[in-house]
Design a protein around this ligand. Structure first.
Ligand SMILES: [Zn+2]
Length: 676
């Protein structure tokens, strides 16, 4: 059978041939491409020549390219334009891909060759990029137990299987507990304060269950508006306590023992691999490098933000007193924050939206990229796409060199998941004297234009577009030899720097004046609006910061030492929260038992990275503010030292090359108005 996925793509710039691809092509293509990749790997591992950097490490990085392309096309479709067939294929091919990557990880012959090269690393005269590639390949094996003896290897697999089970169970329990609670209201008065949309959604839920009235649940789209807007304090309390009690009710869905078991096993696993703790293991592969650094980072922010947070808490308490609230409780926080915000900054989405017509914002982000990085974007219709809404651009630099293909897919539809993201259909690498350029894509869910009204973005959507575009620049400007080190293939706590950095331009008059014009009158966005946007972005920033820090500190305390003697989850947690809580503790509630980020998802010892990324982008943007936000020297410095370099060097080294110093917390605290 002719399979377009397996042939050489006879398309402009070798782009994916979407209109020739049928769903039936995917599975056979995966099977063939895995076979091909396995063959390439076995050629490397059974090579009779002595292992060298080229015949082993480099060969490994260039293996499996067909499989990579098919995977990126397929899984991008599964996110942006999926259907039952595609989901079914995903179910079938995912185990094949897992098996394939396990085969490589556990390939002892291959590891032996990698290790032989690694052991003579210093004699090889490698470039810094090659050095990083070699270290990464070696570490990938070692971190998966390649250096262990046979019985320890078995032990490690046992831990991994057990951990996977516990994480799954943790998630199932949280889900079951979330679904178990329902608040049925039948008296219209109880709905006071709630937005129309929330009430309507609650009515639909009730209708589905054949009930009269309104049903509110612990799912975010129901829970968040409820505790933010419901005037009825007793009901807010009921909802908040139910939310905080999830998987902490001594029933079948309780997660207390699972938390203790997860923490214990993670620590044992780390010890087996010769790391002091789970955090030491995780952070070896992060910009932050060690739990000690993360702890210093969090404690420094805490010391500086706490006095401000304390004052904000007092202000909020004073504000609530007018309603007769003598003690501000957790279930009052979102409610009075929203009320106070409204009082201080009277600025609605609807007032801003006319200044942010989608086409204008796109022009804006292109203009900003042009001023910063000399890029030009030409919309073209010769590139095949997977949906008629997808726009395609040829990206050149101002000297006419081809840089990348950019896909942009802006509007929601059935078959696209929620949110916004950047991805790629093809990576970047250099081989045989050719610089093979990337195909980057941004996917969003903005309101679609109608016959009478264009797509008008909220300010939040504007920053989202800039955010994803920052990731896209990281991908498009990639300029490395090895694809596994290219573009956004960087450490986890470094990947949000380019994206968050670009968001800063949305708050600057000089940038907004390029595009924020009223779609009917062409009038520039009023200065007063810009000031309000900035001020409201910092509203109650001290309390927000403390909340984030409390999660980061709790995460680190669970994972940076041996906690196998701990018996009581709630006591442990309360102690960890000592310095970060203003609200009275609620005895029925526990955070850890539903802290899915760290006990189900991949954030263990990584929760700090939200704040870390903010510190990086604020510190980086401070240099732009010093020199001018469109200062060429500064932007080219960022391009050469960060955007082009991907993961070719340690992120701290790249950052210092750009900034001339390590990042520190002050720029963020200043931007957030927490210090002068
Ligand atoms: Zn991001």
């Amino acid at each position: 059978m002719n399979n377009p996925l397996l042939e050489i793509y006879n398309t402009p710039h070798n782009t994916a041939p979407f209109s020739n691809i049928k769903n039936d092509h995917f599975k056979p293509a995966f099977i063939d491409a895995i076979k091909l990749a396995k063959h390439e790997i076995s050629e490397i591992s059974k090579n009779t020549e002595l292992p060298t950097f080229e015949n082993t490490i480099e060969a490994l990085d260039f293996s499996g390219q067909t499989l990579d392309r098919i995977s990126s096309i397929f899984f991008n479709l599964n996110s942006a334009e999926t259907n039952d067939d595609i989901q079914q294929i995903a179910q079938e091919v995912t185990p094949l891909l897992t098996e394939f990557s396990n085969d490589i990880r556990l390939n002892e012959k291959l590891f032996k060759r990698v290790k032989l090269v690694f052991d003579i690393k210093d004699k090889l005269n490698l470039t810094p990029e090659q050095d990083t590639l070699l270290t990464n390949k070696y570490q990938n094996f070692v971190r998966n137990g390649a250096n262990l003896n046979e019985s320890d290897k078995l032990e490690l697999r046992k831990f991994d299987t057990e951990l996977a089970k516990l994480k799954l169970k943790f998630g199932e329990n949280v889900l079951a507990e979330t679904n178990a609670f329902k608040l049925l209201l039948t008296d219209k008065k109880q709905l006071k304060g709630l937005p129309e949309g929330t009430i309507e959604a609650a009515r639909m839920v009730a209708k589905q269950k054949n009930k009269d009235g309104w049903i509110f649940t612990l799912d975010y789209p129901s829970y968040i508006p409820f505790i933010t807007y419901a005037d009825n304090r007793e009901l807010r309390k009921k909802m908040a306590i139910a939310f905080g009690a999830r998987a902490f009710q001594n029933n079948d869905n309780d997660n207390q023992l699972i938390v203790l078991e997860l923490v214990k096993l993670r620590h044992k696993r780390a010890n087996l691999l010769s790391y002091k703790s789970h955090s030491h293991f995780v952070l070896e592969d992060r910009m932050a490098e060690s739990p000690e650094n993360v702890n210093d980072f969090l404690e420094d922010l805490l010391a500086k933000a706490k006095p401000i947070a304390q004052k904000e808490f007092e202000t909020l308490s004073e504000f609530a007193k007018k309603d007769g609230i003598l003690q501000l409780e957790k279930w009052d926080s979102a409610y009075y924050s929203e009320k106070l915000k409204k009082k201080l900054f009277d600025l609605e989405d609807e007032q801003l939206k006319p200044y942010f017509k989608l086409e204008n914002v796109i022009k804006g982000v292109f203009a900003v990229s042009n001023k910063l990085y000399d890029l030009e974007f030409e919309e073209i219709d010769t590139i095949d796409t997977y949906h008629e809404d997808v726009k395609t651009y040829k990206v050149n630099d101002t000297s006419g060199n081809f840089i990348a293909i950019l896909y942009a897919d802006f509007f929601p539809r059935a078959g696209k998941r929620n949110g916004a993201w950047m991805t790629s259909f093809k990576g970047q690498w250099k081989k045989d004297g050719e610089n093979s350029r990337p195909h980057i894509s941004i996917v969003c869910n903005f309101t679609k234009p109608t016959e009478t009204e264009p797509s008008l973005l909220t300010f939040n959507e504007v920053t989202t577009l800039f955010h994803e575009f920052g990731h896209a620049l990281h991908g498009m400007l990639a300029n490395t030899t090895y694809s596994s080190l290219s573009g956004t293939n960087v450490f986890w706590d470094f990947v949000e720097l380019p994206s968050q950095l670009l968001e800063n331009w949305c708050y600057e008059k000089e940038a907004l004046s390029l595009f924020a014009k009223h779609y009917k009158t062409n009038e520039l966005i009023p200065l007063d609006f810009i000031k309000k946007i900035k001020d409201s972005a910092n509203f109650l920033e001290g309390m927000q910061t403390l909340r984030q820090l409390s999660f980061g500190i709790l995460d680190l305390k669970w994972h940076d030492k041996d906690n196998s003697e701990i018996k009581n989850v709630k006591d442990f947690e309360s102690l960890a929260f000592t310095n970060t809580q203003f609200f009275p503790s609620v005895s029925e509630n526990c955070m850890s038992t539903s802290f899915s980020h760290i006990f189900q998802g991949g954030y263990s010892s990584g929760y700090y990275s939200y704040k870390w990324a903010e510190v990086l982008d604020a510190d980086a943007f401070a240099l732009f503010l010093e020199n001018g936000i469109f200062n060429k020297k500064t932007s080219l410095n960022f391009k050469r030292n960060i955007l082009e370099k991907g993961g070719t060097k340690k992120p701290m080294e790249l950052y210092i090359n750009f900034r001339g110093k390590k990042p520190n917390n002050d720029a963020l605290l200043k931007r957030a108005g927490l210090i002068k």
